[in-house]
Write a protein of this length. Sequence first.
Lengths: 384, 383
Amino acid sequence: MREVFIAGVGLTKFGRYDGKKGRPRKLYPDLGGEAIAKALKYADMEWKEVEAAFGGTYYGGLGGTHQCVAKVGLTGIPIANVFSGHSSEAALRLAYTRVALGVHDIVLAVGAETLPSGLLDNQSMPVWMRMMGLDVIPAETACHAVRYMKDFGASLEDFARVTVMERKHAVLNPNAMFQKEVTQDEVLQSRMIATPLTLLMNCANADGAAAIIVCCRNKLRSQTKAVTIASIIQTSATYGTAFSGGSLSLSTKLKNPDSVELAAKQTWETSGYGPGEMDVIQIYDPFSPSFLWNVEKCGFCKPGEAPRLLKEGYFEIGGKIPANTDGGIMGRGHPTGATGIAQVAEIFFQLREEAGPRQVKGAKIGFAQGGGAGPQTVITVLKR
Amino acid sequence: MREVAIAGVGLVKFGRYDGQKGRPYREIYELGAEAITKALKYADMEWKEIQVAYGASMFGGLGVPNQCTSRIGMPGIPITTLEGACSSSQQAFRQAYYDVANGLYDVALAFGTEKIPPGLIADTLAPVWMLMMGFNLPGMYAIETRRYMEESGATEEDFAWVAVMERKNAIMNPNAFWYQAPELTIEEVLNSREVATPIRFLMACANADGASAAIVCSKEKLKSKSRMVTVVASSHATASYGYDNLGIKIREKGNPTCTELACKQVWEASGYGPEDMDVIQLYEAMAPSFLWDAEQCGFCKPGEAAKLVREGYFEINGKKPANTDGGLLGRGHPTGATGLAQVIELFLQLREEAGPRQVPGAKIGFCHCSGGGPNGVCHILKR
């Protein structure tokens, strides 16, 4: 397998493009096209150099990637839609393998989304679960959160602290949806969505797009501060850890590693690195408690330790392992199809030392976790 | 790239699983799981031998492939959902093929599953403004058909001939929607109700439910090498400038269609030409598209296809047997499962397991699938 480099990244600002309250109206192909154009500009490449494209949206419907690409130009290249919910990182993985295996030299991965407002329909659950009302995503996470509180003594304040930290980081990121800090009290006192999760412990439905161009070494325009993909791993659920779509059917008896633990294990084995070597990390947290258990499952601390470390500022910019420096999903907003690539994009900016006020000094290796329907997990390790 | 063999295939009979009029009710993930189980059995493999899976569905929504596989077992392997409209599962097959060809994995699974609502299906591929103006799929085909009629002189009767041929083949295919159905006549097709002028009801494929699966692997992983079928080449192309997102030609002078582009690539990559093919699968969600596909894929000259259909050129005992399993018009069109069903028919033909519809001595086959995007996907298989 050859080395795969990230040539360029393009992000639109995450926010709302619904034409309401004075906000601009844009459809997801417009946003996707914009992100692709930015990535091309960053990479200093022309559109005709791109040999294949992978991408996807959650709510856009059919041919999401085709529609985004059509905004830039129709060149007849193979375009495949990876339809995996939150995980455009799965599209990046395919783009990566195609370059690594020498099938193509320059490949694009793109994710774009314009989300409806309110509770999202969880299409990944079997029909009977949806008919019984078990597909409310915050409720499903709430079950998980209650279990986590019981197992490790975590408190609502711990969950609130995740939001406070991510919103603090988001203020430093011009592409983030939220540009204002919140206090712990504000989080705790926001209205209840699914006990124990209050509104500000849930990510915001957002619109936005993200694109990445990957290539082999000799196609890179500039070798300075070149960022390579050290590993990219995708896993799905294992028996007893989830039933299509969620943690509701978590077994109390079986202790198989779930998709996150499995992906982390494979990541450390494949990349040759360990959690202690990561300079900056992106954890997947559509709900603030998921930050805590995901950071533990990925191996950055022991089970039950995350709330204490968080309180000590371990995961803040300037802390021991800076996490979600761009605001994470709680601060950046969650345009589902674009989130996976945005996770990786932030690591890219950090390693290139282009993260401005949120820069982690001397960051050389980074870790980005994405999740999606299935359930599935994709973990990418980048290094400079 | 190393040789990639097809170890096993599985099909769930295409039909209706909606629980109405005495028909069985089955969920989309049950259909998918059944196809996978059949493919495993055919390949004489265990589920735990599968290292990566690509699943496809057009209408199932998110995570449907995971719902299918979790009914068999949950080993934590990478499972990716691909959506390429009507070509979805052939794209899944292509990714599985690539992974094995390049040595990333040794055994890969591709599958497609679908349950389609009745009536006109929504084409969300069209831009919002077109949908708001009442644009629909038969309408799109009608526009293309009009142009084709003008350019080639084809008539409605020519389209009826295609429908009649395909239904005749489907009668012999136990997995087809129209298995053992009475043969059609030209008059019946021409007198069926109009859907979008000049396309009539019996010139359009039937919305169907069904699933298909195939396991590809390296040569070493095959349980038996007798009559081994390998994938010779794969190609995938999309629209180039001059076409809109639906594949409709909007510039007079211009580029090849995505079908022409994909075929050109697959002929170049394989070293074979249309004349070498013993059995072929063409994509025809609506009867007229059989004609222009046959031409664009290079099986005859532009404008010639209609005449050849009438001469029986594409029939099972003809010169170039096409859509021997009934094609989309006879097999039915569960969108997410169709692409792989084409591959499976070629596989069965090359293995000489196609029963009464067997093309004697078929050694090499070609399939082409189209899908919204537009996508053109081609594969060549050989024994």
